[in-house]
Design a protein around this ligand. Structure first.
Ligand code: ATP
Ligand code: MG
Length: 390
């Protein structure tokens, strides 16, 4: 939770300074201290914090509750109230703004830490849950439509094929039929992607070496590009418990996105490490052993306002084609990783690249799969930087 940026809204200057000092001691950074609701909104617009600590009694026209209501109507930022005293009526008004916490002044550093950490954790979990629910319902709809649509496409293709047998290849109309057939095949490809997204739910999992899988899949996706790939994998990387076909798709989409983000070529670094996750890390992952694998590029990066939307189906910043630039790649990755009980996260510094990290459950050690299979299919574009874990 360290390094999170907090806006302090407090009209008593000395109290605000004391809170800021406490927060900084705890490892948070205070991105601004303001004394009224209007200034809070202005500050958030210019420099979005991860959390707002809001006094209820404030200078200016708005009190803290009104300011919070406005913040929540525009932004998805958790607010924690801090106040010395609140009557029933004020508490009632505060409640309906859905605060993520309440801390009574004067407070000790520890009280502040508990309130802030719980609020950040709860907000993170809610966002994750909302994303999962949204993708699940869109997935059901998309999968249903894609299925019916695929059946209709099969009938259309059947009639096209039949018509072609009644024509000669030199006929003009035969060429038209070929074009119609090509479009049908593209549409069918799209429906397949939608079906994968909607039912990432049923993977056929077995213990697999991620290293071998990475080498084969990355090569294919980078074919014909000016992109180099640096693979950094420890010798003792645990095997993962995955559906090989589905995970190839994840690797393909992540590498393809990195390729598309670096149209003039560049370097993709893929690194993996063994990772033990414990409940207290506050991760939306069950406690257990995982292999953590990151894909880093040095491309255009992802602006902050897009980061929370990139996993949404049909969110794209690229030119749309019938099967490319549909905004489905990451939605498919998310859905597949989720059905593997894993996690996918994204981080980016706009202008200097993006990094996607996936966590995949490790297979039991007795699975008999070698950790890193050296000498698997490798192409010219891959450099091996096998690292040893301490
Ligand atoms: N490595 C990256 N660098 C910069 N932006 C990225 C990267 N990966 C994803 N994005 C952003 O996320 C958006 C969604 O990605 P996603 O893979 O879901 O769809 P797409 O690549 O636009 O289309 P599709 O994958 O269906 O061909 C992209 O349009 C792009 O804006
Ligand atoms: Mg993509």
């Amino acid at each position: 939770m360290e390094g999170k940026r907090i806006l302090v809204v407090e009209d008593e200057k000395i109290v605000a300074l004391d809170i800021a000092r406490k927060l900084e001691k705890l490892g948070y950074s205070v991105n601004a201290m303001v004394s009224c609701g209007e200034a809070a909104l202005e500050s958030i617009q210019g420099d979005r914090p991860d959390l707002v600590l809001m006094d209820i009694e404030l200078d200016g026209e708005m009190d803290g509750i009104q300011a919070t209501a406005q913040i929540q109507s525009i932004y998805d930022i958790p607010v924690v109230y801090m106040t010395a005293y609140a009557d029933e009526k004020t508490l009632g008004r505060a409640k309906v703004t859905g605060p993520f916490g309440y801390v009574l002044k004067p407070f000790e550093t520890k009280d502040l830490q508990v309130a802030v950490e719980l609020a950040l954790y709860k907000h993170g979990m809610e966002a994750e849950l909302l994303k999962a629910r949204k993708l699940e319902s869109v997935g059901i709809l998309a999968g249903g439509i894609a299925h019916d649509f695929n059946n209709l496409l099969a009938v259309i293709m059947g009639y096209i094929n039949l018509a072609k047998t009644q024509l000669k290849p030199e006929d003009d109309i035969y060429q038209n039929m070929e074009m119609a057939e090509k479009s049908c095949l593209q549409a069918s490809e799209l429906t397949k992607r939608l079906i994968t997204f909607s039912r990432g739910g049923a993977p056929l999992r077995k213990a697999t070496s991620l290293a071998g899988l990475l080498r084969g899949s990355v090569d294919r996706t980078l074919l014909g590009s000016d992109i180099r790939c640096n693979l950094s994998l420890p010798d003792d990387l645990w095997p993962v418990f995955i559906d090989e076909g589905q995970m190839k798709q994840v690797i393909h989409h992540l590498v393809m996105n990195a390729r598309e983000a670096m149209p003039d070529g560049g370097l993709i670094t893929i690194s993996a490490e063994n990772s033990k996750v414990t409940e207290r890390e506050g991760f939306p992952l069950k406690e257990g052993t995982y292999v953590q694998c990151s894909f880093k590029d040095h491309g255009i990066g992802i602006p902050g306002e897009n980061l929370s939307r990139i996993f949404d189906p049909y969110f794209t910043t690229k030119d749309r084609y019938s099967t490319k630039g549909m905004g489905l790649g990451l939605a498919i990755c998310y859905s597949i990783i989720k059905s593997h009980d894993g996690l996918i996260t994204a981080a980016s510094e706009p202008g200097s690249g993006a990094a996607f990290t996936i966590y995949l459950p490790a297979a039991a050690p007795q699975s008999g799969v070698p950790a890193v299979r050296k000498g698997d299919a490798t192409g010219n574009s891959i450099e091996e930087g096998i690292s040893k874990e301490e």
